[in-house]
Design a protein around this ligand. Structure first.
Ligand code: GN1
Ligand code: MG
Length: 360
């Protein structure tokens, strides 16, 4: 017990945990929130939980964010119960506070939430086999199908304009204008790339804003590391990190799965010669996805490939904006982390463009 701070214990005491807390460890998972795992023991049994201190700079309204998450998880759980006896690995479960709330605010203003830890699963950071891409495609297709009867408009917009390309461009332009830490001169090539790709990048957000794509419940962060796979890698079990569940187009989600899985390298790989659009993984992703997602409109269907390019672009712009602004948003583990990430995304788009006609 000696390694657990009193502050942490007092936070955990507010949640409906089973047993008594035996250990807590912090992880480096995620770019935005702080994540901890705890182990609680009750007699012979051990219970594990995930606790997160929510980054309230990124999520200005954590109460609404948790309402979205609660709505989506209960919706999915109700569906899963019709199909499976044990659903514990297939959906996140929010553990409420003793008072029945979804978040706890500590004395310093830290905002906390707890999930049941999902055990005996594995995560994949970078796809190495087409089978993994297929499973990711299936997982995203299943997730979207589970939510296809939940109205997008019933969810709160917790981060305004999150995937609105024009707004992301405006934020980039503002960061360039401010040039707070004097980095603009060093990123002229990257800026040129994004400026010359602006109109194409805006296709999907413009269609959504014009009401020409259905507004649905979307995840908005369907990168491969947000999927839990069975240990034998035979099944994608659960999509986690529901922080950005919001109204949007499902193309944001197909886009992020393509960005993160139809590539041959991690999103922060520095050696750009390794960053390649992997057409085999792309096709496997789409096969997996289309085997589960049967509700798409023609327009949605026709923009799947474009969605991968657009989300890669928006992520490249966001990383670049953060680099220019002095690394104020994303957690960085090295000085050039954000510009490395942005260059990586640019390299991926360039290779997508070279291979564009090779895939459907
Ligand atoms: C952030 O914190 P994390 O890794 O789940 C970001 C996503 C990006 C992602 C890039 C709220 O997610 O939009 O896709 O980094 N989340 C937020 O890996 O900005
Ligand atoms: Mg996330």
């Amino acid at each position: 017990m000696s390694d657990i701070s009193d502050q942490m214990l007092s936070v955990l005491a507010h949640f409906r945990l089973q047993g008594s807390v035996k250990s807590v460890s912090q992880t480096k998972v995620g770019h935005v929130n702080q994540t901890y795992f705890s182990e609680c023991v009750d007699g012979e049994r051990t219970y594990r939980f995930t606790h997160q201190r929510i980054n309230t700079k990124a999520f200005k309204n954590p109460g609404q964010m948790m309402e979205n998450i609660y709505r989506v998880t209960t919706h999915i759980q109700n569906k899963l119960r019709l199909e499976y006896e044990d659903i514990s690995q297939r959906c996140l479960e929010v553990i409420p506070t003793i008072d029945g709330l979804l978040i706890h605010e500590d004395r310093e203003g830290g905002v906390w939430r707890t999930y049941r830890y999902i055990d005996h699963v594995k995560t994949i950071e970078t796809v190495t086999r087409a089978e993994e891409a297929f499973l990711l495609g299936e997982s995203v297709g299943t997730f979207q199908t589970q939510l296809s009867d939940l109205s997008g408009a019933s969810l709160h917009v917790t981060i305004k304009d999150f995937h609105d390309m024009r707004v992301r461009y405006a934020q980039l332009e503002e960061a360039v204008r401010m040039n707070r830490v004097g980095r603009v001169a060093s990123v002229s090539k990257e800026l040129e790339f994004f400026y010359s790709n602006k109109e194409r990048g805006c296709i999907i957000s413009d269609l959504l804003n014009a009401g020409r794509l259905p507004l649905r419940a979307t995840h908005n962060d369907t990168k491969i590391s947000n999927v839990l796979f069975s240990e034998d890698e035979k099944e994608g079990l659960c999509i986690i990190d529901l922080d950005t569940v919001m109204p949007g187009t499902i193309l944001f989600d197909t886009g992020d799965m393509i960005r993160s899985a139809a590539t041959s390298a991690a999103e922060d790989e520095r050696d750009l010669s390794l960053v390649r659009f992997n057409t085999e993984f792309y096709s496997a992703l789409l096969d997996g996805y289309q085997s589960k997602a049967h509700f798409l409109t023609k327009d949605e269907q026709s923009l799947l490939k474009e969605s991968g390019r657009a989300i890669t672009q928006i992520m490249g712009i966001r990383f670049l904006t953060d680099y220019i602004s002095g690394d104020v948003y994303y957690r960085i583990d090295r000085p050039n982390h954000n510009i490395d990430r942005s260059r990586n995304q640019i390299a991926l788009i360039k290779d997508m463009d070279c291979k564009w006609d090779e895939v459907d």
